[in-house]
Design a protein around this ligand. Sequence first.
Ligand code: MG
Ligand code: MG
Length: 262
Amino acid sequence: MIYLKTDDEIELLRRANLLVGDTLAEVAKLIRPGVTTRQLDTVAETFIRDHGAEPTFKGFPNPYGPAFPASICTSVNEVVVHGIPDDTPLKDGDIVSVDCGVKLEGFCGDSCYTFAVGEISAEVRTLLQVTKESLYKGIEQAIAGKRLGDIGYAVQTHCEAQGYGVVREFVGHGIGHEMHEDPQVPNYGKRGSGKLLKNGLCIAIEPMITLGSPQVALLDNRWSVITQDRKPAAHFEHTIAIHHGKADILSSFDKIEAIEIK
Ligand code: MG
Ligand code: MG
């Protein structure tokens, strides 16, 4: 059941999603060789709660194992999504995808950014750039009158043209009072296929793109998803609304990117 949002609801979703962007920017300030992902998680959780919100990931149920134990997902190198923060220091040349979700005033925010730790290889830098570009290619298609398949097609063709893999097992989603609502938003698809995009549709678009094969496997912790070939993966995510006919990006990378270029 797809639940279209009113203008007032879109503004509440924007507040939640801007808090996610601010939280990711707090994390961005700390990313360097030697920091642990658990330190990043502690900072994120404190920041979220200090702003009157709840970290939606913490305690998120898993039908196959324990609930998610942290407030952010930190997915390092070959970990595609759902990496669990721990005490391993990040190393020069790593990448880390930090996915963050909050609930503020009853509405959810969800956004993810993949960071370089120190100096990364040119090959991996291009993976991050193309994955981020593919997110915006998808967003360009998120306009009233297009279809869900147009979004997936745009993401898929941009990444596959570079020889990258598009993960099929995990997809974007509707978002509102719940972090995961209908519809599913795949990062692959056929032009002109799938559900019609209408004003008030709020979705998270989140390409998960691999340097090598798109085949993935689940780690024994029953959460973390890795590439089978152990090559790195990137993940960028924005929450958007279709608003006045076009895509209105409710989350923001502005503060993160201002820190990155310093
Ligand atoms: Mg997310
Ligand atoms: Mg999401």
